[in-house]
Design a protein around this ligand. Sequence first.
Ligand code: FAD
Ligand code: NAD
Length: 470
Amino acid sequence: MSDAYDLVVIGGGPGGYVAAIRAAQLGMKTACVEGRGALGGTCLNVGCIPSKALLQSSHHLEMAEKEFSHHGIDVNGVKLNLKAMMERKDKVVQSLTGGIEMLMKKNKIDYIKGWGRIEGAGKVSVKPADGKGKAQMLETANILIATGSEVTPLPGVEIDEKRIVSSTGALSLPKVPSRMAVIGAGVIGLELGSVWRRLGSEVTVVEFLDVALPGMDAEVSKQVQRILTKQGLTFRMKTKVTGAKAGKDGVTLTMEPRDGGDAEALKVDVVLVAIGRRPFTEGLGLKEAGVEVTDRGFIPVDADYQTNVEGIYAIGDVIGGAMLAHKAEDEGVVCAEIMAGQTGHIDYGAIPGIVYTHPEIAAVGKTEEQLKKDGTAYKVGKFPFTANSRARCNADADGFVKILADAETDKVLGCHIVGPQAGDLIQEVVNVMEFGGSAEDIARICHGHPGLPESVKEAALGVAGRAIHI
Ligand code: FAD
Ligand code: NAD
């Protein structure tokens, strides 16, 4: 058929829209189907972007309230205007999602509004998002599933997005809750818990395991919990939530020690459920199309991102692995290139993960625990920000840089940073790792002074036991 597509992408998140743009750049006639009414997916609409906008605004408030005076700046009458803060956040989201719509036009991609369903190889039906009107049928050589993920529910804790909220509700609360409970000391729990604590809530984080940010380097997890506790977050570790009941005057959260002990109740105004996310494939018609899913609902793919059905591909959160926007984007690019007959590759060992608390937390590669488990002989170089002149000028010196390198070859195997602008600092190490570089390579590169990146250089020098400033 002459008006058939080369590619129909289902889902307009960072995985889907980026794949569509790359496919169009490669000359493929492409459509992108999105049901939520705006492009950008979870990330732009209810994830990365609104959360970072609120993290930045609430950080400014905290600086004005608590830190400016240390710099000799007296400010009186600092006051939160939550409505204005939320409006600014919404504007940031709207401008960015609108920008993606422009990119679709620029690349001559058909943005088709509605919910897509696979009707067999090469066929996608699109139902209008409002449920009204007839479904449209698209014919295509290839289908790419990029439908992302949704909040994992917790039995006994029913989300109403008002008093018992997911991250989506927590990004738009109309007033600052006096008391807030966060279930899960993961990325969302710590980021959004930090936002509401800064805005005035008394925040208790309830975590089933004995560490915050499980999976991160253990030293990082410990340090982060210590710093956030100092900032005013209360952690209840090794604690199991058994239920939550919303009443007129708040929510009663019931919990008990994970390893046995007395049950207790915590009275709060808002509960945030942040215990992870699960793949979203509802209404896609996967079973009928013969596309396999794992017992946890993820879509398995081969090295070319192709599912078990020829011509049907999948990328992003829906295939599992790190649920990160940049991982989804990179998969989108590589998958489109493979469809166009090119070769593509992602180094999954060099994908950075960043938590945008203050200080930030950033990690790439292996943790010490993983290296020990693998039996890899390694060396450690560590440098505290208290010994970095720029961090001291900025009065922002909590945390450290830790570089892990192979004991024999000196190749960088991992880097873990807690500290100011950790998310930007880690990129240098990601680049070195992608080029197969060593700690010595970083240590020999000239770093501008006074600068936070000098901490990375000093940690790299530390691998060989020759840091200068400590
Ligand atoms: P998604 O972004 O989920 O997009 C999938 C899209 O598909 C959705 O828009 C959905 O409406 C649409 N869709 C689903 N089914 C259909 C269908 N049948 N038809 C049509 N459309 C459909 N990651 C980071 O890297 N950095 C961060 O700072 C960060 N912060 C986050 C903060 C929060 C609060 C949350 C919840 C997540 C955050 N993430 C962050 C994770 C990030 O949002 C995801 O990893 C990323 O959005 C995954 O991209 P994706 O394209 O796979 O899926
Ligand atoms: P997460 O996996 O980061 O953390 C979930 C936490 O909840 C874990 O600590 C886990 O042990 C705990 N938990 C699980 N079940 C529990 C229970 N019943 N009771 C108490 N604690 C329980 O998940 P998340 O914070 O919901 O985030 C979801 C995804 O979104 C993550 O995979 C993350 O990659 C992504 N995300 C990324 C960023 C970022 O990159 N900055 C920000 C937000 C979200």
